[in-house]
Design a protein around this ligand. Structure first.
Ligand code: ADP
Length: 499
């Protein structure tokens, strides 16, 4: 079976099962019908034997010459009947008296009857049965010879007293060949019916196996197409529940692969685009300074732009590396228990220069003085930095940034809210996508579009969430974290309103 297609295996297996079933069924059917025919035949012979026994009761064996009119008629009828039996069933009738006298009907003809007349030993056995009183048991199929026989008691009626006495038995012998001739046609009929049944069942099996395996063949073809890079290839959905489920799952996989392929292409296009714009401006300014298009006194200003662009490039490359490391999951999270409030304070201090430059007002609304969480501290710090940097970046001078933390049950939530330009509702679903920037004109030169994608990935790896709470009248982001243990056992004091 190795190397055979599923279709061939199914076909061979099913056809073999069908063959065995048809053979067994027709075998059983044939023997049943045959036995039925034989039984019917023997029953018919038995009826004849009864009739012959009746006729025999009217004739006398020992005094055949002294026949009355009634005797003669009985004798003639008996001869006619037994002749008919011989012609019709090739059956020989024997009247056996207990005194061991035998009368054969038709009269013994050596040529015809040698194969049917029982041997003296066989007769001895019949006699024995008759003496034992079993003479009337009827059908004796193949009892002693290849001859089917029926036995009934032979009763003789005393003409004067009208009393009947059992004087022997009537034996009708029919050759096995004669019986076999009756059901010879049955073999052919059964064989033909079996053949028709087998062909029909095989055709159905062929059709069903083809129906079942066709979707699998199509799926294998589609998988081959996918291996060659065509992620649009799909398998037809049909062909039984399990196969339908399989082709459905296969098609879902195909859809996901093509989405992935699309996002990979977009990613490459976005990265190239993001790299090209700073490089173009760096190249342009450097060229301008070299060929004198940019006057000497302006060089300081343009060199600053070049430095800014280089920093943006470095940040972009850093972000890309971070994202790819997280996508590959080759770094496991270093979980620890730490104070989120403390971390936020430190991040705020590190961003004090930018905050002061823009004259932003920072409101800190911590529910408690400390807020312990269980997470990877470096990664969460990255999330806080990205969110705070965005708030600083997209809030105009004089704006307010508010930071909240609170604990609810086993969950901690932190929110960063600003009153800057906000995020339009139509952009809200996409801001966590890589390279997505709201209103390209307003944000030009401000970021890479990777910050929020990194935040989302970090939170996903923690099994936690990040969401945009509101984009109107400024942006408000929320992250959730698992509550951590306070190593000092200090549950913290209320620190709300801290500034
Ligand atoms: P970027 O490096 O461009 O800031 P992010 O992934 O951090 O990339 O943010 C994606 C986009 O979401 C930004 O380009 C900006 O348009 C928008 N955005 C993020 N944070 C804010 C915010 N606090 N206020 C207004 N818009 C924001």
């Amino acid at each position: 079976m190795k190397g055979l297609s599923l279709f061939s295996r199914l076909l061979i297996l099913s056809v073999s099962v069908v063959l065995v079933c048809v053979a067994v069924l027709s075998g059983l059917g044939y023997t049943n019908l045959r036995d039925n025919m034989i039984r019917k035949h023997m029953e018919t012979l038995n009826v004849h034997a009864e009739e012959i026994s009746y006729l025999g009761s009217r004739i006398s064996l020992d005094n055949l010459s002294m026949t009355s009119k009634q005797n003669r008629i009985a004798e003639e009828l008996l001869i006619a009947k037994t002749n008919l039996l011989y012609e019709q069933y090739n059956a020989v009738t024997v009247l056996v008296e207990y005194s061991r006298q035998y009368r054969f009907y038709p009269a013994i003809d050596e040529n015809v009857q040698t194969n049917i007349i029982p041997s003296p030993e066989a007769f001895a056995k019949y006699d024995e049965l008759a003496f034992q009183g079993k003479g009337d048991i009827g059908v004796k199929k193949n009892a002693f010879t290849s001859v089917f026989s029926v036995m009934v008691p032979w009763v003789r009626v005393n003409e004067q007293t009208q009393q009947s006495t059992v004087v022997g038995y009537v034996l009708i012998l029919s050759t096995a060949q004669a019986v076999r001739d009756m059901y010879r046609d049955l073999i052919w009929q059964t064989a033909l019916a079996a053949m028709a049944m087998f062909l029909l069942a095989s055709a159905i099996v062929f059709f069903v196996a083809q129906q079942m395996t066709r979707p699998l063949t199509a799926m294998a073809k589609a998988a081959g197409e996918m291996a060659r890079g065509n992620f649009e290839a799909r398998a037809p959905e049909g062909g039984g529940k399990e196969i339908e489920e399989l082709s459905h799952a296969f098609n879902q996989m195909g859809a996901q692969l093509s989405t992935l392929e699309q996002s990979r292409r977009d990613f490459v296009a976005n990265v190239s685009h993001e790299l090209r714009s700073p490089i173009t401006s760096i190249k342009g300014f450097a060229q301008g300074m070299l060929d004198g298009t940019i006057p000497q006194e302006m060089h300081g200003q343009y060199l600053q732009v070049v430095v800014d662009e280089t920093q943006r490039l470095a940040k972009l490359i850093n972000n890309l590396l971070n994202l790819s490391r997280m996508e590959n999951e080759d770094t496991s999270l270093a979980y620890s228990h730490f104070d989120l409030n403390e971390m936020i304070r430190r991040v705020l201090i590190s961003r004090m220069a930018q905050i002061d430059d823009k004259g932003l007002d920072i409101q800190v609304r911590f529910e408690n003085d400390s807020c312990f969480v269980h997470a990877d501290a470096d990664q969460i710090q990255q999330v806080v930095i990205n969110l705070l940097d965005n708030a600083v970046k997209y809030t105009p001078s004089g704006g307010t940034i508010t930071l909240f933390t609170k604990t609810e049950g086993s969950q901690v939530s932190a929110r960063i809210k600003d009153d800057g330009m906000g995020i339009p509702a139509e952009d809200a679903p996409f801001i966590f996508d890589r390279f997505y920037k709201v209103d390209k004109a307003h944000t030009v030169g401000k970021g890479t579009g990777l910050g929020l994608a990194i935040c989302k990935r970090i939170m996903e790896r923690h099994g936690q969430q990040i969401r945009l709470v509101s984009g109107e009248g400024g942006a408000e982001f929320e992250i959730t974290l698992e509550k951590g243990a306070d190593p000092g056992g200090n549950h913290g004091n209320t620190g709300a309103g801290e500034n």
